[in-house]
Ligand binder design. Structure first.
Ligand SMILES: [Zn+2]
Length: 431
């Protein structure tokens, strides 16, 4: 017995010294999980891949770096402008513009029925402390809708924003460098707050890279702005590493962008490949959704929800257009094809053992804050890869929502997709 005890002790000491704490021989309580995601504005994937960006590289070395996309489905009901506030809201809600209703940067009326990450966090039974560190105040007051009746007056616990309105502290400079100064301040505050207070879920938003693109286009000045943004990301990343070293915490760290840019780097808003192509660097292991290249900005919300163990009401979850790239994944890449009086639903199977239950709704009351009647159509093995829905067996309608639900998440597509107003949305470059 004594020898066994000594051997155990030696193993524990060795594993502690070699830093292999994750394989410790004595199971401890689960670490407290926390998340921070950082958006640097308007940085195309090819720039991340071409430049030497040590912090983004280091984060990705722990988990994954992969290309992602914004813009919804080209030419379909969910096509979405590649514009800043639109991209932030794709991420916040896990939905495209046909649901979240943020088609530009100004005069916005977000549909708060599609809950943001901050609303989901506040609806948990346990207390979830949230943080927002942002160079643009509208992220809180408009997109998240802090304090509004429609968001059940949600509150954010740690807020550092609004500096863009403070011209005394951040005076005008050439090339909009005051925005860079604000990003510096915001990233410093984020690092300080995470180090000291460790909010459970935070969003850090940094703006200047987008200005640099608009002002300079492709070139060494734009490149330099991205290198500086990497240093700002590193500041926050260091705080996360400090927390993991000194506290019993495990962090999810996501760095990403809100849209790409046109071929010359000046503009964005349209559906060209470079405008649609974004990227994600993440410090946790990921599933095939991200590593396989089919991940979208709308995946970040369900990814954070899963990592954090958030309970998300079914009707909210079934409206989300993304799926988690963390944890298991049964099916992905849902497609919908009308065929006579049927609709053929198809998907890519990743777990042949999983069961897929198929649901349909002939209404979209959810948009107005009311429930839809979801009808079960059947259950098939994921390996089937397809399901044919007979529209004549459903309530007559020119609009249907279909959901494929599995133990690991859900996929959804609209049939017909009326209204199509956003597919003809006038795409304007951001000013
Ligand atoms: Zn942007």
């Amino acid at each position: 017995m004594k020898n066994a005890f000594l051997i155990s002790l030696v193993i524990i000491i060795i594993s502690a010294c070699t830093g292999s704490g994750r394989q410790t021989v004595i199971p401890g309580p689960e670490k407290v999980r926390k998340t921070v995601y950082v958006i640097i504005d308007g940085v195309p994937a090819d720039m991340i891949e071409r430049l030497e960006l040590p912090n983004i590289r280091e984060i990705a070395s722990r988990g994954c770096y992969a290309r992602s996309y914004v813009g919804g489905t080209v030419g379909r009901y969910d096509q979405t402008p590649t514009i800043s506030a639109v991209g932030y809201t794709d991420i916040l809600t896990g939905t495209w513009v046909n649901k979240h209703n943020v088609p530009g940067n100004d005069n916005l009326e977000p549909n708060y029925n599609y809950w943001t990450l901050f609303r989901i966090a506040k609806e948990q039974e346990r207390e979830v402390r949230t943080g927002l560190f942002s160079s643009w105040e509208d992220n809180r007051t408009v997109l998240i809708g802090e304090g509004k009746a429609e968001t059940d007056s949600l509150r954010i616990d740690y807020v550092y924003d609004g500096y863009e309105k403070d011209y005394a502290a951040f005076p005008n400079k050439d090339f909009e460098m005051r925005i860079f100064d604000i990003d510096e301040f915001v990233s410093q505050k984020a690092a300080e707050c995470i180090r000291e207070e460790a909010p459970d879920m935070s969003w850090v938003y940094l703006w200047y890279t987008d200005d640099a693109g608009h002002i300079f286009g492709n070139g060494k000045n734009f490149d330099e702005s991205v290198r500086l943004a990497d240093i700002q990301i590193g500041r926050v990343w260091e705080a996360v590493k400090y927390r993991e070293e000194h506290f019993d915490e495990e962090w999810l760290f996501i760095a990403t962008t809100d849209h790409g840019r046109g071929y010359d780097g000046y503009h964005h808003g349209g559906q060209s490949l470079r405008e649609r192509t974004t990227w994600v660097a993440v410090n946790q292991p990921v599933n095939e959704r991200l590593s396989g290249g089919s991940s979208a900005a709308t995946d970040i919300n369900p990814t954070i929800c899963r990592f954090m163990g958030f309970d998300v009401p079914r009707d909210i979850r079934w409206e989300q257009d993304g799926v988690s790239f963390y944890g298991g994944l049964d099916i992905t890449d849902m497609e919908i094809s009308p065929y006579d009086s049927t609709v053929i639903l198809s998907w890519k199977c990743l777990d042949p053992e999983a069961e897929v239950s198929v649901w349909a709704a002939a209404s979209n009351n959810f948009r107005n804050g009311c429930p839809d009647e979801w009808l079960p159509l059947g259950t098939v093995p994921a390996s089937a890869g397809t399901f044919t829905a007979d529209l004549t067996s459903l309530p007559p309608s020119d609009f249907y929502k279909f959901v494929l639900d599995t133990p690991d998440g859900s996929l959804n597509r609209w049939y017909d997709g009326v209204p199509e107003k956003y597919t003809t949305f006038k795409l304007q470059p951001e000013i």
